[in-house]
Design a protein around this ligand. Structure first.
Ligand code: FRU
Length: 474
């Protein structure tokens, strides 16, 4: 039976079987959130790339549909985006009607940008007869078009990843594209190849202002090794993206964990939502699961918060109000000599609000399986870091997997921690999502206990709640 295999996520999207990677073509249209994704319909490795397809009405429960786009003589179908062409600017729809247009990379002799269109809510697609719409024979890495409507200039805008920089193109009709500008050669990080860009205007919390954010995935060179998502905040005038003066640390990472990649945002929504591929290219082909391989993160709402002269991404998971509240604790204190222990059953969310966190010493959470495997996430306020330790469970599939993963608290005192545990993943949202760490782990047994501990000083909490979730596949 599908969805009951060991380590199968129960509240995260996975395909019934076979390989997936990047989310593609995220768009809201007529009551449905579409999630397309890189998909190999024939096996459990990265090959024969197609676009798979799923839909949701709440960004949490997903229904997997048929393959949307398949390879052709121009190549396999790499990552890209989708928009609603409601005014039929492309002329690809019947007069007086609009529809969905997908913009993607054909990966063949070279990487070129192409489009396809659908008049039946994304169920079937026709490729544009004049593909590619952006030709290329010279640039090696030239891919992952993300398109949005820019109302000030009344044009479609495309951001495209070109190895060590981003190119921006504009178009009146999604077919004829004009090169506008480039960004990024002189901005870090360049330890790997730039992929899957996105350019969004996000509200700044607590103000009426907004700010442009350029999102760039990069494989290799992430802070914990392998692939990771960086971003730049700045302005966009319809031609150029100009970054703000960056505060101290020039590279800003969207996720402090190791398994959040190729994340892009939904088009045609009032709030901005995004989702990432919950894996890392360092070991994505080896993770010990089948008959599917890889899952998506939970969907997250994106905003920006100003912190000491800098602008930081803030992410809030989209997860329905609880179905089953397991436990709600009033204020309590954890002492150095004693663990506080709770029974848990995955999938579960653990929500704590802290009081006056001590400055020195580590404290945190231990997750324990019925085979005595221990995974921890713990905090060190003095060093401004937190960790996820996955040195237990199944590890032998990759030398790069068994590590303590380090994330930055970004100079903030820990006030609250919301963590979401599924069968083989944890997403940790610290301080209302100002710092997030997404990581995979593979226990042999089943996680049954959670302990709170502190090594040196007592840690006071204002409260704790545990909420168990039902599988989204029932
Ligand atoms: C990112 C990526 C993209 C590419 C796709 C291929 O993970 O390498 O740049 O389009 O995956 O599957």
């Amino acid at each position: 039976m599908y969805y009951q295999e060991p380590h199968r996520p129960q509240i995260h999207f996975t395909p019934k079987e076979n390989w997936i990677n990047d989310p593609n073509g995220l768009v809201y249209f007529e009551g449905e959130y579409h999630l397309f994704y890189q998909r190999n319909p024939y096996g459990n490795d990265h090959d024969h790339m197609h676009w798979g397809h799923a839909v949701s009405s709440d960004l949490f429960h997903w229904e997997e549909l048929d393959i949307a786009l398949a390879p052709d003589e121009l190549g396999t179908i790499f990552s890209g985006s989708a928009v609603v062409d409601k005014d039929n600017t492309s002329g690809l729809f019947e007069e007086g009607s609009g529809g969905l247009v997908a913009i993607f990379t054909h990966d063949g002799q070279s990487q070129q940008q192409s489009i396809a269109y659908s008049s039946d809510k994304g169920r079937t697609w026709k490729k544009y007869i004049g593909n590619p719409v952006i030709e290329n024979t010279t640039i090696k890495d030239f891919r992952d078009p993300k398109v949005f409507w820019h109302k000030e200039t009344e044009k479609w805008m495309m951001v495209l990843a070109c190895g060590d920089h981003i190119q921006i193109y504009g178009s009146p009709n999604l077919i004829d594209w004009e090169y506008l500008s480039s960004f990024g050669k002189e901005y870090p990080s360049h330890e790997g190849v730039w992929e899957c860009p996105d350019l969004v205007c996000l509200p700044i919390e607590g103000t009426d202002d907004s700010i442009w954010v350029l999102i760039v995935s990069m494989n290799e060179g992430g802070p914990n090794g392998g692939s990771a998502v960086q971003y730049f905040t700045g302005s966009f005038d319809g031609i150029f993206f100009r970054p703000n003066e960056q505060a101290e640390d020039p590279v800003k990472w969207a996720d402090e964990g190791k398994d959040f990649y190729a994340a892009i945002t939904w088009d045609n929504t009032a709030k901005t939502y995004w989702i990432g591929w919950m894996n890392n290219w360092e070991y994505a082909g080896e993770v010990p699961v089948s008959p599917w391989r890889s899952s998506m993160s939970l969907v997250r709402t994106l905003t920006v918060q100003q912190v000491k002269g800098d602008y930081l991404l803030k992410q809030t998971p989209v997860i329905p109000e609880n179905q089953q509240k397991q436990l709600q604790e009033e204020p309590f204190t954890v002492q150095p000599s004693a663990y506080l222990e709770y029974e848990i059953k995955l999938p579960v969310t653990i929500n704590v609000e802290t009081k006056e966190i001590p400055n020195s010493g580590q404290w945190g959470f231990r997750l324990i399986s019925d085979q005595e495997e221990i995974f921890t996430f713990h905090f060190d306020q003095e060093k401004d870091v937190y960790f996820f330790s996955r040195t237990a469970g199944i590890l032998d599939f990759s030398k790069d997997f068994s590590k303590e993963i380090t994330g930055s608290l970004k100079g903030q005192k820990v006030k609250n921690i919301f963590s979401i545990l599924d069968q083989s993943s944890v997403e940790i949202f610290v301080n209302d999502g100002l710092s997030v760490s997404t990581n995979l782990f593979y226990p042999r047994g089943s996680i049954e206990k959670m302990q709170l501990y502190t090594e040196k000083e007592e840690v006071p909490f204002n409260g704790l709640s545990l909420e168990e979730y039902q599988s989204i596949w029932k």
